[in-house]
Design a protein. Sequence first.
Length: 239
Amino acid sequence: MKKKHSVRRTVFFIIAVWLCIAVGVGLFWGAKGYQMYQDAASETTIEEKVDEIRGREEFTSYTDLTDFYIEAVKSVEDRRFEKHPGIDPLAICRALWSNIKARSFEEGGSTITQQLAKNLLFTQDKKIERKFAEIFAAFDIEAKYSKKEILELYVNTAYFGSGYYGIYAASTGYFGKTPSELTEYEAAMLAGVVAAPSAYSPDVSAKLSSERTRQVLYSMVRNKVLTQEEADRIAEPYL
């Protein structure tokens, strides 16, 4: 019995030590991230960046996006977009576990709001302090803009590969159509390409682009936006 108690105390002690380390690391990088956000916002505020984006000739409003494209983006990028306050703890934990297994820093668990924050204020470099900076910026963005405005701004600032920034440039560049004219398959393709434009751009690899598009359709089925039969119908002509 004494041996069992000793083992339990040892386990609890180890857990407590790791929790303290985790809290300490979080506070350290959190402070660095907050300073990074403050520095970025002092140069150009979020409101100034938003006004600049909305003033662009090719700016596409939310009402000019198809419902299918909107649902595709949310399904593949941030399925709890409508519910979270800017960050998604479940997505962060899932990404952390994936990174631990892969022994790399490939996934960040970023929400659409965090990705918008990165597009508005930060570089694309994968730095720990930048991830924390995104969190502070995301809370600020969510406090100032509606979910529709956030998604609208996100698709107007995202990089779609082949030199196309924003949904209008990508839509006209890849397909010769405005965003409101996209087919369901084309909309799913553009929703998927943003994750890795250098790989998923149809100009780079038609095969990888097609595989990624099917992943987007599968995510829409998983999130009950489409039935499997509907997803198969959309993908079938391109198989």
